[in-house]
Design a protein around this ligand. Structure first.
Ligand code: ZN
Length: 313
């Protein structure tokens, strides 16, 4: 069903266009608070499909070939944001089995056992034995998973654009108020980051504290960008060449100054979260990506194809 139309479309449409996929976690088991995060089984068929119908490349190779005009048809890169431990324990063996290179962008402040603020917020809503949650003065009925997801999303939306120090303090306060214990660490340790690179996965920088860079003064932006890189290079003993802007929406989360800082810090590329494909004229510091959230193979494949067919800016 897929093969003929696929390869036909691939031949005329997708040469010189690079699709970059964004993942975050690959879960061992379905999580009702994260229904769009793939479990191992879904990730496995997605990677099988990429290996069969597309040309997966490392980001470094893909960018070099894009600039040289030698990008193969249906070129695709797989990237992961934030630096979850399951990138090593769950995703990497699947990537290896299918021979697919990948890049993992790590926010370095979370490699010492602390979890990211968004995962900490979700965990507040995750205990099915808990019926109510205090949110400051008010308390809410948690209800079923659907209701919990909506409440958690509202909480995430409210906190996302606060300065990261205040965001952390607000989440700390919710844990104290409700007397909830932190969940075990979710992120890669420095040793695991090194293990990933030893297995051939490219590691990129994603700042230290995962702030919205646009909101920071120039010196603070520079610190977040340069420190994360220095830390990752110390952990891996390798140059860190690629960067991912936290949150990553051009205009809203990063601006011209942010791009300039990333260029001056010496990164060869930076990825955003605006959807699209990269072509020869795309700025290497503004590479678009998209999230393959589909749960059935034909939709996943159709979305990848459609992504390559869209006119590029
Ligand atoms: Zn991120």
């Amino acid at each position: 069903m897929l093969g003929y139309g696929m390869s036909l479309a691939g031949r005329w449409a997708a040469r010189g266009k690079l699709s970059i996929l964004i993942y975050h976690q690959v879960l061992e088991a379905f999580d009702p608070l994260r229904p769009s995060e793939p479990v191992a089984e879904r990730f496995d068929w997605q990677m099988a499909l990429l290996a069969r119908h597309f040309t997966p490349l490392s980001l470094s190779d893909a960018l070099a070939q894009l600039q040289a005009g030698s990008l193969p048809p249906n070129a695709v890169c797989v990237t992961f944001d934030d630096g979850y431990a399951n990138n090593l324990t769950v995703a990497q063996p699947i990537l290896q089995r299918h021979g697919i290179p990948a890049t993992v962008y790590v926010a370095t402040a979370f490699s010492d056992g602390a979890n990211m603020w968004n995962d900490r917020v979700l965990h507040l809503f995750a205990d099915s034995d808990r019926a109510r949650l205090k949110l400051g003065q008010a308390s809410v009925d948690l209800g079923d998973w659907n209701s919990r997801r909506q409440l958690a999303q509202r909480c995430l939306d409210e906190l996302k654009y606060l300065p990261w120090q205040e965001r952390t303090a607000r989440v700390d306060a919710l844990y104290r108020l409700n007397e909830i214990a932190e969940q075990p660490p979710l992120m890669l340790t420095p040793e695991q980051v090194q293990a990933l690179t030893n297995l051939g996965v490219e590691v990129g920088a994603h700042t230290v504290h995962h702030p919205i860079l646009k909101q920071l003064a120039a010196a603070e932006q520079r610190g977040e960008i340069e420190q994360s890189r220095a830390q990752l290079e110390a952990w891996t003993g390798r140059p860190v060449r690629h960067f991912a802007y936290p949150n990553g929406r051009l205009g809203r989360d990063l601006d011209q100054q942010t791009q300039q800082q990333v260029r001056e810090a010496g990164f060869e590329s930076a990825v955003i979260t605006n959807p699209g494909v990269a072509v020869a004229g795309t700025s290497p510091w503004l590479l678009p990506r998209f999230t393959p959230w589909d749960r059935v193979p034909w939709r996943f494949q159709a979305r990848l194809l459609r992504n390559q067919l869209v006119p590029t800016a």
